[in-house]
Ligand binder design. Structure first.
Ligand SMILES: [Zn+2]
Length: 212
């Protein structure tokens, strides 16, 4: 194994943990009293996991150079230089600051896609909700609070349409039940009979959260 660089962050915690940031940096969180040899052994035990995570990040890295293709809700768009805009099949971005420009475009893009689906399912299955908000969340695709305020990450734009439908239905079902009980899943399954498969694919897709 080649030497693996990592950063140690010590704090008043009881266990060791390792994470890989979206830029590939390895950070080990350790208790104050952990010996360096202990930390090193821990990292060694997790080398395979670290490498797999880095490979997944690299494979998912967003290429925003001219001519690159970015897929949004299953539809491919070619990147070109121009004022920030999403048109059919083409996303134009300025020469500099492309990630920030795309982020700004994806918020309204996600908002209109999510709103259309929320309204479609709300009308068909009689859900009521209070509002729809687009967030920058990385840890979760969507959420719903007790008042029926729905929130969705702009990163849902990187999902397939089928996956986004599942995220929308999941949150809408929370307007009726806030838990993840058997009754909740029965509700989801009544609308999307194949939801278990989609839910599994969504877990595998969590790495796209780190794209932008
Ligand atoms: Zn849920």
């Amino acid at each position: 194994m080649e030497a693996l660089q990592y950063k140690i962050v010590r704090s008043r915690r009881k266990t060791l943990s390792v994470s890989v940031s979206r830029t590939g940096e390895v950070v080990v969180r350790a208790p104050l009293a952990a010996r360096d040899s202990e930390v090193q052994a821990f990292v060694l035990r997790h080398v395979r996991w670290i490498e797999a995570r880095r490979a997944r990040l690299a494979a998912n890295k967003l290429d925003l150079s001219d001519g690159a293709v970015v897929t949004l809700l299953g539809v491919p768009y070619t990147i070109a230089e121009g004022p920030p805009r999403i048109r059919s099949g083409v996303i134009t971005l300025p020469r500099e600051g492309r990630e920030a420009a795309l982020t700004a475009l994806l918020r309204p893009f996600a908002k209109s896609a999510v709103t259309a689906l929320v309204n479609e399912y709300a009308a068909r299955y009689g859900f009521t909700y209070r509002s729809i908000r687009i967030t920058s969340a990385r840890g979760r695709w969507g959420s719903c609070n007790a008042r029926g305020a729905l929130a969705f990450s702009f990163r849902t734009a990187f999902l397939s349409e089928e996956q986004l439908r599942y995220v929308v239905v999941h949150e809408l079902c929370h307007t009726k039940r806030l838990d993840h009980s058997a009754l909740f899943w029965r509700e989801v399954g009544a609308i999307l009979p194949n939801y278990i498969k989609v839910r599994r694919s969504l877990r595998a897709a969590s790495v796209v959260m780190d794209r932008l």
